[in-house]
Design a protein around this ligand. Structure first.
Ligand code: SAM
Length: 469
């Protein structure tokens, strides 16, 4: 397919998506099934356009003064790098092209064009890349609206919550949440040596960071570029690497930092991402018990354990938990990777940014409190409760912890700075910020990672200790 055909297809997909409010992956898959002539390169290109349009949906509409899917896709192609590098697309004489550009569209695309407009190419300076691996593609700037307000690429109802956490840094934080994410890999010491894996991955030119020996980062692509299909690589198939965002790796590492637990219950294990990382950060020692309330979500955990040779993980069936000795006798550490709104993963799932509702937030908050209470009961005296979300909202983090701590006075929160220190890096990494949250600040209750400050997905991690009787 040529560029005009790809643009027309992306407009069609975005229209369907916004009419039906379904996950973008499903809509793209349906489009592919209905248009068999489109090759894998075309489908990836259309997917890139649609995902980028969703990432910057608001600011694109503001630039175009038009919030239609067509305006969003045209603006994506013209303003974001790697698409129409030669200026405005030419639809002349192409039967698969969208309708010709109107005068108004042409004007908006030209007057705000990259060369002429003053849309900064990046809202992030190099020193915002503390992971030293972060190399982000330019992001569309958040533009002031006629009202003087900044146009944020997030739903209006979430703006007060984000401002409560980020205050005057909100625009920069939300801007970074609209960038594409890199592909992060975690080396698996149970199956291979780093030198061998690095050789196998060399063609992807992964970045490394001495502070994160297990992390390899393949930089984010831009425009029509495709991210590597890593799951068909030898390194993945042989279990030498797992695909896992650096923030998720760090969350697992912090959950057991400074302790040597013999028994860890991963209460909300899902497909086992944290369980596998916990197993590594525990040096293959002790036992990780992986459980989830939803058996279907655990279906991939068995092949993943097998591939990664993580011999210290046991899967606990949902029905077996209540009578299992780990709950009757307690464990040294319970990890709660709680169900949440996923606001920290908007870079990877930009459609969820526009689908998440206030009702969903309320539901998640109730679930989080229920799970915390359940988890607390399984922690042995002297043991640890690690609470993790991939949400940046105080409602799902500090608020939950404060409520739990208020009702369970035998638990005390570990100071976030001490938690970071217990990673035992030579120096405290500057990229592990603990951000105070205004009226919900309760000391340094947890570590908040964000795309802007740590170059990772957004995560919140807090560790509580249960006092000995
Ligand atoms: C954020 S996801 C877990 C992701 C997983 N830990 C990983 O790293 O890949 C949250 C999980 O919590 C599970 N969950 C929800 N309510 C639960 C409950 N009451 N008890 C245990 N698991 C629960 C969901 O089924 C979901 O799989």
């Amino acid at each position: 397919m040529r560029l005009p055909g790809r643009l027309a297809a992306a407009i069609e997909v975005l229209e369907t998506l916004e009419a039906q409010r379904r996950p973008v992956a499903q809509v793209l898959k349906d489009w592919g099934n209905a248009h068999r002539f489109a090759g894998s390169g075309d489908r990836a290109a259309i997917g890139n356009l649609v995902h980028d349009a969703l990432r910057h949906r608001r600011s694109l509409a503001a630039v175009m003064e038009d919030d239609s899917p067509r305006a969003a896709i045209l603006a994506t192609a013209v303003f974001l790098p790697g698409y129409c590098e030669d200026g405005l697309p030419d639809f002349e004489g192409d039967q698969h092209a969208p309708a010709p550009l109107t005068e108004k569209e042409r004007e908006s695309l030209l007057s705000s064009g990259r060369e002429t407009d003053g849309l900064p190419q990046s809202t992030l300076s190099p020193h915002d890349s503390p992971l030293s691996l972060a190399d982000r593609p330019p992001v569309l700037a958040d533009r002031p609206l006629p009202s003087g307000q900044i146009c944020l690429d997030c739903p209006d109802w979430l703006r007060p919550s984000l401002e409560r956490v980020f205050a005057e840094d909100t625009a920069r934080q939300v801007g970074a949440m609209a960038a594409r994410a890199p592909l992060d890999l975690r080396l698996n010491p149970f199956t291979s040596k780093p030198e061998r894996v690095d050789k196998a991955l060399a063609r992807h030119k992964p970045l490394r960071d001495p502070e994160f020996p297990f992390l390899r980062r393949i930089p984010a692509t831009s425009g029509f570029q495709r991210a590597p299909h890593i799951t068909s690589d030898e390194a993945f198939q042989k279990g030498w690497v797992e695909v896992q965002d650096a923030g998720s790796q760090l969350a697992a590492e912090l959950a057991v930092a400074g302790i040597k637990p013999r028994t860890v219950l991963d209460l909300c294990a899902g497909a086992g991402g944290k369980s596998l990382a916990l197993s590594v950060f525990m040096g293959g020692k002790g036992q990780v018990f992986a459980h989830d309330i939803d058996r279907r979500r655990m279906k991939d955990i068995w092949p993943r354990i097998k591939r990664s040779k993580a011999h210290n993980i046991q899967v606990v069936d949902p029905d077996a938990l209540a009578s299992h000795e780990i709950t009757t006798q307690g464990v040294d550490c319970v990890v709660v990777d709680a169900p949440c709104t996923g606001t920290g993963t908007w870079r990877r799932h930009p459609d969820t940014k526009w689908r998440v509702s206030e009702t969903a937030l309320q539901t998640r908050m109730q679930e989080q409190q229920t799970i915390l209470k359940q988890a607390g009961a399984y922690v042995k005296p002297g043991g640890r409760l690690a609470y993790i979300t991939c949400s940046l909202l105080a409602e799902e983090n500090e608020t939950q912890l404060l409520e739990f701590l208020g009702q369970n006075t035998d638990f005390k929160a570990l100071n976030a700075q001490n938690l970071i220190q217990s990673l035992r890096r030579d120096e405290t990494p500057a990229y592990l910020p603990s951000i105070s949250v205004g009226d919900h600040a309760a000391g340094d209750l947890g570590v908040r990672l964000t795309p802007a400050t740590s170059g990772t997905d957004g995560f919140f991690i807090a560790c509580l200790t249960r006092e000995t009787a």
